[in-house]
Design a protein around this ligand. Structure first.
Ligand code: AMP
Length: 945
């Protein structure tokens, strides 16, 4: 009764390739002999789409399969001719067997032996029992077709099929891949896993190598534990299989031709990875344990945050390894690693991701809990951020500090469930079975190389000690630690297994352990594949960027004629590109600006900064929400043709051999995106790398990146970074969330010349500021508060000559021809409020007041300010005027600099007064009328306090 067979087929929740393949088999039978299939199937096949006028035989199998899948998706069922009787009981059972196979593929991982401690309580999966399919033990010896089950034969007994499914899908690893929509990928996994029944044969050398790596992992921890008892090291103990896993990833990706691997990881296991994977000299590590300070580092960081670089040899050649420095904020290093990888790929013109591989190592609790994990996954296939797939490793020790996995750490079944949102395949593997770990590792590398997508290995293990070595875990996890205390190490378990298999003798096992210990005693490198004299040919030379002072002047002028030629190229658009009306007007205006017929606005000057830098050989990368157009519609670096939607980027059309100009609207993330750009900028010193916030204050969604990396990375880790953050800022009456870029936060974080904080107020200033950021070899993050209404303000304009000849002015003196002798009041300010003050002063003809703009608030230009104030010898009042409330803006953080300058002024006892909004909890008020009143008052105060 095909009708009921079909009903079963279509009602099964597992309908996909497997059942489709059964139908395909029926179809093949039908092709050979239409009478060999039940009448209703025959009737159905006869109605299938026809090719060349012939029914059936010319229809490609894929067409049949697609047709069935389409029907399944649209929830339609093939019409059976009649509700006749079952064609055969066997046929019905055959369908059940296929469903059972699908169930194992989908849910076998839930019955796998994943927990080395045996503490996971997992419910029985009824889908994996015969009873759920009305099959019984009596069917075990019946022969069924195996469908697409890749076990080397087309037919097998149910017993054989069940055995194969159990060993393949429910052994010491489990795989989640059936959520992947792409059937090619699913079949790839089936082929790879089922064909070897989840357990490839390994040679004795491979086994010995696995043991050697485990010996190294355990040996280092034991050594450190004995030599430095009670010192925090966040040991890998319990998760030692990480070391052979990494070894395999590096070696295997090297064999694919990968040339660089960038790793990100938190504390756990880091020292072990540094010594046993990257080949850091153990002696250097011991020095750190002994608290010896490195002379060339700034304030430094704890040893389990340190990065490292080395080269190792693989069968495919030398591979450069870089472990990223990172703070304690878990997971934030992942997008930094992605950015660094993308930068290396761009440098190598590696558009597929073959040459540079990212590896992200996570903890189970953090992977499940931190939102940046989701953001990073979301980036993984986007144009701006993709890196050809990341290999994620979760060191799943089943506890987060003291928070237990059950009940508290998450709501999902696995800590890795978030990865399913991008259909990443997920391997769960028992960390105490190094051979299973090796198998899934090989699959993960091969999958990433073949499909260029993220893949996750969830290594289920345990934490032999507390969160760190000074922490007592049994107080909070008593039962778990009762088991752990008695549990043999992974190395012991595996060594016993190999001795049992005759691969090694017990004496040899012991010898290996002692050899490793001796190497540590001698302070020898313990990574055999380490390249002692690495090929530095492809390294970036950072030497030109070291040891510069911010005060060193560098010429940012640019030949006027070439500038105009570049501007003309930008506005010379291809035929057929139909611009939207306002955009057309902007381009038309830019033509006039290039010809000197119109005063230059912000958009033009900013664009010319990019064009001139590109012309001089510097790549430019800009990302952020809406950057192509610009939140306030001033940039229009990406033009969208109105007739066919095509995007045209004039800055990529300057010349054939120009450097990259990358501009991408980002996904709506701040944290991961800013971290990515930090990673990119710390890997690319010769480029202008910009992240722009939609509104300035939105960077606070990425505060961790600002605090832990951008403002402190150089001093903690000696890593320079020339990242530019463009943060729209200005009090325009738009309410609390669209006014302030929280200038005070950056000024409070400013110290030791760590960053530059600038508030350019003219087009020429933004032009020279951006050019200076690249041309001056100093690599310091630039925090630039950019305007909104000034983008179109009639007074905020510049001339071509100012672009061609000028430079960035940290302080802009009074611009009107005011006699300094008459000036008794100076108002100092930054940003948009300057134009309000200027208009007021002009309206009131108050020529006793000079207005001075401080365009760089950090490093504070004390000398330049002193020079600007020097001509005013009759000063009575100096006022700092700001739009921000008193507890915000520059007032609290910058006044000491201004006072210091005033204290040295010819006029003695000059006091610095304040004109600005009252202190406020919110950055700005929400009522436009209140805003106007406050604005009026602060301008008045500037002239009268
Ligand atoms: P990596 O490829 O990241 O391992 O970097 C190789 C070497 O380049 C490092 O060991 C540093 O000496 C240098 N280097 C890399 N990035 C930076 C940076 N952001 N600032 C200063 N030096 C760097």
């Amino acid at each position: 009764m095909p009708d009921s067979v079909m009903q079963q087929l279509w009602s099964t929740s597992h309908l996909d390739g497997g059942n489709a393949s059964y139908v395909e088999e029926l179809y093949e039978l039908y092709l050979q002999d239409p009478n060999s299939v039940a009448e209703e199937w025959r009737s159905y096949f006869q109605k299938l789409p026809q090719v060349n006028g012939h029914a059936g035989s010319d229809v490609a199998h894929s067409t049949v399969r697609d047709h069935f899948l389409h029907l399944a998706k649209s929830n339609r069922r093939p019409q059976a001719a009649s509700g006749g009787a079952v064609s055969s009981e066997h046929e019905k059972k055959q369908i059940d067997v296929l469903r059972l196979i699908q169930a194992f593929r989908m849910r076998g991982h839930q019955a796998s032996n994943l927990d080395p401690l045996g503490l996971w309580k997992r419910e029985e999966i009824v889908d994996l029992t015969l009873a759920d399919y009305d099959l019984t033990d009596a069917d075990l010896d019946t022969v069924f077709r195996t469908g697409e089950l890749q076990i080397g034969k087309d037919e097998a007994t149910l017993r054989e099929i069940l055995d194969a499914l159990q060993v393949t899908y429910c052994s010491n690893f489990g795989i989640e891949y059936m959520h992947i929509v792409d059937s090619t990928q699913r079949r790839w996994f089936q082929q790879r896993i089922e064909s070897v029944r989840g357990k490839p044969q390994l040679g004795a050398d491979t086994k010995r190598h696995l043991l050697e790596r485990l010996t190294a992992a355990e040996g280092l921890e034991k050594y450190l534990g004995t030599k430095y008892p009670g010192t925090k090291r966040f040991g890998v103990e319990g998760g030692e299989s990480l070391i052979p896993m990494l070894d395999e990833i590096i070696q295997r990706s090297g064999s694919y031709g990968t040339q660089e691997v960038v790793l990100g990881m938190a504390h756990r296991g880091r020292l072990n990875v540094l010594v046993n994977t990257l080949g850091k000299n153990p002696r250097d590590l011991f020095d750190e344990f002994e608290g010896k300070k490195k002379v060339d580092m700034g304030s430094g960081d704890v040893k389990y945050h340190q990065g490292f670089s080395s080269n190792v040899m693989t069968s495919g050649g030398e591979v450069h390894l870089a472990l990223a420095f990172n703070p304690s904020h878990l997971e934030i290093v992942s997008p930094v690693v992605e950015g660094s990888v993308r930068a290396r790929q761009d440098r190598r013109l590696d558009t597929t991701g073959d040459k540079v591989l990212p590896i992200s190592i996570h903890g189970d609790a953090a992977f499940a809990g931190q939102g940046v994990v989701m953001e990073t996954f979301q980036m993984s296939q986007t144009r701006a951020y993709k890196t050809g797939g990341t290999i994620h490793i979760v060191i799943n020790n089943q506890v987060g500090f003291t928070t237990s996995r059950q009940d508290d750490a998450r709501s999902t079944e696995y800590c890795t469930d978030v990865a399913k949102m991008i259909q990443a395949p997920i391997f769960h593997v028992n960390g105490d079975d190094p051979e299973a770990v090796l198998f899934v590792t090989q699959l993960a590398v091969d999958y990433r190389m073949q499909f260029k997508r993220d893949v996750v290995i969830d290594m289920v293990c345990y934490r032999r000690r507390g969160h760190n070595e000074a922490d007592e875990p049994s107080g909070t996890q008593p039962l778990m630690y009762e088991v752990i205390t008695k549990h043999p190490t992974t190395r012991d378990i595996y060594a016993e297994r190999l001795v049992g298999e005759g691969v090694l003798t017990s004496d040899e096992v012991q010898e290996r352990f002692e050899e490793y210990r001796n190497a540590l005693d001698n302070g020898d490198h313990v990574v055999k594949s380490l390249v002692k004299e690495p090929d530095t040919g492809s390294f970036v030379d950072w030497a030109p960027y070291l040891n510069h002072k911010w005060t060193a002047r560098h010429d940012t002028s640019f030949d006027l004629k070439t500038l105009q030629e570049l501007a003309n190229k930008l506005t010379d658009l291809p035929d057929g590109l139909v611009l939207q009306r306002q955009v057309g007007k902007i381009i038309e205006d830019r033509r006039k600006m290039a010809a000197g017929a119109l005063a230059l606005n912000w958009g033009f000057a900013e664009t010319m900064a990019y064009a001139t830098l590109l012309h001089e050989g510097h790549p430019v990368r800009i990302t952020g929400q809406d950057v192509g157009r610009g939140t306030f519609s001033h940039r229009h670096a990406v033009l969208h043709s109105q007739n066919d939607g095509r995007a045209y980027v004039p800055l990529r059309k300057l010349s054939e051999n120009q450097p990259r100009f990358d501009i991408h609207d980002s996904l709506l993330s701040e944290e991961a995106v800013l971290a990515f750009e930090y990673g990119y900028a710390t890997t690319t010193p010769n480029a202008l790398v910009i992240w722009e916030a939609q509104f300035g204050d939105f960077f606070n969604g990425a505060q961790v990146v600002v605090d832990q990396f951008i403002t402190s990375g150089e001093h903690k880790w000696g890593r320079l970074c020339g990242l530019t953050m463009l943060l729209p800022h200005g009090y325009e009456g738009q309410g609390p969330e669209h006014s302030s870029a929280r200038l005070e936060r950056f000024l409070q974080l400013s110290a030791e010349h760590n960053i530059q904080v600038c508030v350019p107020s003219t087009p020429a200033q933004v032009y020279h500021m951006l050019r200076r950021q690249v041309i001056r070899p100093l690599r310091k993050p630039l925090i630039a508060l950019t305007p909104k209404s000034l983008l179109r303000h009639k007074l905020a304009t510049s001339t071509l000559e100012e672009l061609a000849e000028g430079s960035f002015q940290t302080v802009i003196p009074e611009v009107d021809a005011i006699d300094p002798k008459k000036v008794d009041r100076v108002v100092m300010c930054s940003g948009k409020v300057y134009y309000d003050l200027l208009e007021k002063r002009r309206n009131e003809e108050a020529d006793n007041i000079a207005i001075v703009r401080i365009e760089q608030l950090y490093p504070f230009p004390e000398d330049d300010l002193a020079e600007v104030l020097a001509p005013y010898k009759h000063l009575k009042k100096v006022v700092w005027c700001q739009e921000e409330p008193m507890n915000q803006g520059a007032w609290y953080c910058s006044q000491h600099h201004m006072r210091r300058v005033l204290s040295q002024h010819k006029t003695k006892n000059l006091y610095l007064d304040y004109a600005g909004r009252e202190a406020s909890a919110a950055p700005a008020c929400g009522h436009p009328s209140m805003h106007a009143e406050q604005q009026e008052k602060l301008l008045q105060d500037a002239f009268t306090v």
